[in-house]
Design a protein around this ligand. Structure first.
Ligand SMILES: Cc1ncc(COP(=O)(O)O)c(C=O)c1O
Length: 370
């Protein structure tokens, strides 16, 4: 009898969970007599807009199953918001799909696109960890690269972009994105562009991969990933979406229907309301702009250089020393920041400082850095 194949717990292929390695630094920062100022995780701290809460409440008594595709109102709201907020033309409701938070979408994307052993996924050099995690869970090979020349003649199956970037705040311009799209089209590479921070730009503009100036109105092979966690303070609701190539979206819908990846109906209604209303998103953006204006000069005055960071909710700071030393320097002042190595080896001399803290917390951080 052939031996029974061994079970392979997925955790074995995954990297060490980086936040677990921060326990000692966290303990040191927490011991500060005035308490901990936590600027690590980018979790929203401001209120959920009434227009969103009302929509949630209005559908809270619905007993039936929701659809995986999303309500017609939600799909329409996604299409209209992409046009209004990001100048994306040519989307139709069947080219968009809600996700139960964008992290879920990213973690499942390689497998849901039919990728696995023998397939290669390209992720940014310094990246949100879930691109690597989703690729490894599917059994893919992961390559870190920021430029097409780094890839040489090799042809991956999927390429993740993230502009504005978490953690660096770097924005990829129209020309850069055009080159990536042209290169990917020639080779049949799917481009998944994580655009969670597209509304949070402080200098210049951040185009979507679906912007007609980038893709010339042709969405084939392109997926744009969005989250309402930061722009609408909906991290606790779990609300995101994918938009782009209708054929790829149909494939995702098929798999996600079978897997029961249905966004709860009251959340679908809340998300639609959030996408229709631009006012609350503009107010939230303004809160972050003010916090950035306060914190950035304080970090610079404390002797750090801020690289990139022209968009997004983080400052990417360095003193040209190992990131753990920098994190320790902050911890002595009771401030906790994320070591850049959490995001890839190229981040080893930076730290990521989140702007997602209350005005009082940001003011306290500024005081301690002075
Ligand atoms: C770049 C990036 N993509 C995706 C996500 C996930 O967002 P969500 O809260 O919708 O899962 C985050 C959250 O921090 C992020 O920074």
């Amino acid at each position: 009898m052939a031996p029974r194949p061994e079970r392979r717990p997925p955790g074995r292929v995954l990297p060490v969970f980086p936040w677990d390695t921060l326990a000692e630094t966290r303990a040191r920062a927490s011991a500060h007599p005035d308490g901990l100022v936590d600027l690590t995780v980018g979790t929203p701290v401001d209120h959920v807009a009434p227009v969103i809460k009302d929509a949630l409440a209005a559908d809270s008594a619905q007993p039936g199953y929701p659809t995986t595709a999303g309500t017609p109102a939600l799909r329409r709201a996604v299409v209209d918001s992409m046009a209004r907020r990001h100048g994306v033309t040519g989307l139709t409701p069947d080219a968009v799909l809600p996700a139960i938070g964008t992290k879920e979408l990213i973690a499942g994307l390689p497998a849901q696109l039919g990728l696995g052993t023998g397939h290669t996924v390209v992720i940014p050099e310094v990246a949100y960890p879930t691109y690597e995690v989703g690729s490894l869970l599917a059994g893919c090979t992961v390559v870190r690269a920021d430029s097409l020349t780094q890839l040489g003649p090799s042809t991956p199956h999927l390429l993740f972009l993230n502009s504005p970037s978490n953690p660096t705040g770097k924005v990829l311009g129209i020309e850069h994105l055009r080159k990536v799209v042209g290169w990917a089209r020639e080779r049949g590479v799917i481009v998944a562009s994580d655009e969670c921070y597209l509304r949070l730009v402080w200098e210049g503009e951040a185009p979507s991969i679906l912007d007609p100036r980038v893709c010339e109105g042709d969405h084939s092979g392109l997926l744009s990933l969005h989250s309402l966690s930061k722009t609408s303070n909906l991290a606790s609701y779990r609300a995101g979406f994918v938009a782009g190539d209708p054929a790829l979206v149909a494939e995702l819908l098929e798999v996600r229907k079978h897997s029961g990846l249905m966004m709860p109906l009251p959340i679908q209604s809340a998300m639609a309301a959030a996408l229709v209303d631009d006012a609350h998103a503009a107010e939230q953006r303004e809160r972050y702009r003010i916090r950035r204006e306060r914190l950035l000069p304080a970090v610079e005055a404390a002797g750090f250089r801020i690289d990139d960071s022209e968009a997004g909710l983080y400052l990417w700071a360095t003193r040209d020393e190992p990131c753990r030393d920098t994190a320790d320097w902050f911890a002595e002042r009771g401030v906790l920041v994320a070591p850049g190595e959490f995001y890839g080896p190229r981040g080893a001399r930076h730290v990521r400082i989140a702007l997602t803290a209350t005005d009082a917390t940001i003011a306290e951080a500024v005081r301690r850095l002075a």
